[in-house]
Design a protein. Structure first.
Lengths: 276, 259
């Protein structure tokens, strides 16, 4: 079992109830998409799964340990095994790409190694390898503020790949990307999870991406789980109920859009990322 | 409250109060402004200024000035460096990174250090550590720690927390989180503040000698006490040259750092 949530609830300090009575069991190696309207509680759920938010009620078990009963040291060890792809790339603009990618293993490295790497990157080849999968290897020593928004997203992705986590979480990883890059990113996350046999949980705003790439889809509505089904069994009626408040299904668009100047290079020059 | 065009009554009142305060200050301080412009006063002032020229450029005295100048430079550099370190250490709790109690305690210490002027610190340090450059360095370092700590803390509070949070979420220890996630965000600003304070400290280090804390100031005080205006003039020129040089060096460094 990769993780177990039992009756998990969380209420914000302002009284807003973000999660209520969430039960979710996911086995190791499963790939799960979280879908639902904005404000449904997907991000809160992912933060609970990342062991960065302590739920107000219920039981949490992640990768075989109970994070909130553990000593601080063990909690840090657990977090080092969980990789999170954030909605906005959390990278200081003045940092070099190589440092930003190597930062993925700061939770695993001993202190001296992290400090030494600030002076001279200790594993530039490892960083280059992950960047090469994202077609960014030649930007290894550039500063992150020289990159475009899409490139920065890919650097953040390379960092999580370099971390090699046992539980891979992604919070709206493609919300700021064009359709072609979204498709590639989601495919890459799925490839990585399959290749290493690790669990992947991604929240996605675009329903079609979720249904196309993930075997299991969980619909979140008003802080609770509305349905938890194999992708093939998610019906039109369920989706309509899920997005009732938004008045329509959010879609990412076709996987291979007509070649436009912006989307062209990303789609054309990333051979290792072909969709499954 | 309704808003309307034009100057508010409060603004008129404020300007009126300010003018009254200026007039009151003149009356209270009994400043004989007119006496400044009488013929004898102008003549006396001219004579006073003339005694400063030409400056004493004898080799022996120049060597003395150069030595004192080096001492002043060393005082300013060392004190600014110590203050930057102390400021960084105090800025972290002052920015609220270690809880509310830590924030209040750190802010109190910074306020205390900052609100005592350099000259008062120097007088205290001369009493505590004896005459000489060590007292001057400590005095400048203490006051500057208060200033830099406050500025560093504000830079920290205004920097986005997400990079550090992401690293902490990945299990990185606190020190590493700071070095990888926070320092790159605030480093240019911290450097600019430290260099700016270095410019101010070189001028301050030149003055601290007046209370016995070494450097060019001690030499100036000595010359003036003995009415050796020509030598005082050399020292003043040296102070000016050093201030200009440090301003230039600091501006160059800041440009290089892209701050």
């Amino acid at each position: 079992m990769s993780f177990t949530l039992e009756g998990v609830g969380f209420t914000h300090a302002n009284g807003h109830r973000a999660l209520a009575g969430v039960d979710l069991r996911v086995a190791a190696g499963e790939r799960v998409a979280l879908i639902g309207a904005s404000g449904a509680g997907k991000t809160t759920l992912l933060r609970v799964l990342a062991a960065s938010l302590r739920p107000g009620s219920g039981r949490v078990e992640l990768l075989g340990s109970a994070p909130w009963d553990a000593a601080p040291r063990d909690l840090r060890r657990l977090r080092a095994r969980i990789g999170v792809v954030h909605q906005a790339p959390p990278i200081p603009p003045r940092q070099r790409v190589v440092t930003a990618v190597l930062a993925g293993r700061l939770g695993q490295w001993p202190l001296w190694k992290s400090l030494a790497s600030l002076v001279l990157p200790v594993d530039p080849e490892g960083a280059r390898r992950e960047l090469a999968r994202l077609d960014l290897a030649e930007r290894l020593y550039d500063r992150c503020d020289c990159l475009s928004g899409g490139q920065l997203q890919r650097v953040a992705l390379a960092r999580v790949l370099y971390q090699q986590p046992d539980l891979l979480l992604a919070d709206e990883p493609v919300s700021a990307m064009d359709p072609a890059l979204s498709e590639l990113t989601v495919a890459l996350l799925n490839d990585e999870a399959r290749r290493r046999g690790v669990t992947l949980v991604a929240s996605l705003h675009a329903v079609d991406l979720a249904l196309r790439h993930f075997p299991r889809v969980v619909g979140v509505k008003d802080g609770a789980i509305l349905f938890d089904l194999p992708a093939g069994q998610v019906s039109e009626a369920l989706l309509r109920e899920l997005y009732a408040a938004e008045g329509g299904l959010p879609l990412a668009g076709s996987p291979l859009p007509s070649p436009s100047p912006e989307a062209g290079p990303a789609a054309g020059t990333l051979p290792p990322l072909r969709c499954a | 409250m309704s808003r309307r065009a034009g100057v508010s009554g409060g603004a008129v009142l404020a300007v009126g109060l300010l003018l009254a305060a200026v007039a009151g200050s003149f009356a209270w301080l009994d400043m004989p402004l007119a006496a400044l412009f009488t013929a004898t006063a102008v003549e006396e002032a001219g004579g006073f200024v003339a005694r400063f020229f030409p400056p004493d450029l004898s080799a022996g005295f120049l060597a003395k000035v150069a030595w004192a100048g080096l001492e002043t430079l060393a005082i300013s550099l060392l004190s600014t460096l110590l203050a930057a370190l102390g400021g960084a250490v105090l800025a972290l709790p002052a920015a609220g990174r270690h809880g509310l109690a830590g924030r209040h305690a750190a802010r109190f210490v910074l306020n205390l250090l900052r609100s005592v002027p350099e000259l008062v610190w120097a007088t205290l340090m001369v009493l505590a550590a004896g005459l000489g450059p060590f007292a001057g360095t400590l005095a400048l370092a203490l006051h500057t720690t208060g200033v830099l700590g406050r500025l560093f803390a504000e830079a920290l509070e205004n920097s986005p927390p997400t990079p550090a949070e992401a690293l902490a979420g990945g299990g990185a220890p606190a020190l590493v989180t700071f070095l990888y996630g926070t320092l790159p965000l605030v480093a240019p600003q911290w450097l600019a503040y430290a260099l700016y304070r270095w410019e101010m400290n070189i001028r301050m280090a030149a003055i601290l000698g007046f209370v016995g804390a070494g450097g060019l100031g001690a030499l100036l005080y000595y010359s003036l006490s003995l009415f050796q205006e020509a030598q005082a003039s050399t020292v003043i020129i040296a102070m000016l040259a050093m201030a200009v040089a440090v301003d230039g060096a600091s501006a160059w460094l800041r440009r290089r750092a892209g701050a």
